[in-house]
Write a protein that binds this ligand. Structure first.
Ligand code: FES
Length: 145
């Protein structure tokens, strides 16, 4: 059911932890399953993501996708990090079972929330990040799903 890469990132997640005095912090929840994700970004003066860490109360798929997402944004510019969508993360993991796709949204949204926090603190604008990211990935969906 899970690919080898998903199992690897689930069993050996990269970049778990927190960053003190992070440049940006983003927290996102999924009201349906109750899982929570927090991402910390350390961004240098050239807007390059020097370090990234995550903490989650999340399922295995959330752990694996966040681990992969942090690997993908590390060393990138804040603009490049915007291209790390949940789709890109799933592709890098060779896929996720359909019922677990929503879990991968936690990482994407938490990265956006952390970038938003960074942009706000520094009075800059990040292209593609025009409104405050959601804090709950189901916030604007219908009840039945
Ligand atoms: Fe909640 Fe996966 S079941 S994030």
């Amino acid at each position: 059911m899970y690919t080898e890469k998903v199992m690897d990132h689930f069993q050996h997640p990269r970049n778990v932890g927190e960053i003190e005095n992070a440049s940006g912090v983003g927290t996102v929840g999924n009201a349906r399953c109750g899982d929570i994700m927090r991402i910390y970004l350390d961004i240098d003066e050239n807007q390059i993501i020097r370090d990234v860490k995550f903490k989650t109360f999340g399922c295995g798929a959330a752990v694996a996708t966040s681990s992969m997402a942090t690997e993908l944004v590390k060393g990138k510019s804040v603009q490049e990090a915007m291209a790390v969508t949940n789709k890109a993360v799933m592709e890098a993991l060779d896929g996720l079972p359909p019922v677990k796709v929503h879990c991968s949204l936690l990482a994407e949204e938490a990265i956006h929330a952390a970038l938003w926090d960074y942009a706000e603190k520094n009075g800059i604008k990040i292209e593609g990040l025009d409104q405050k990211p959601k804090s709950d990935i189901h916030e604007d969906e219908d009840e039945e799903y």
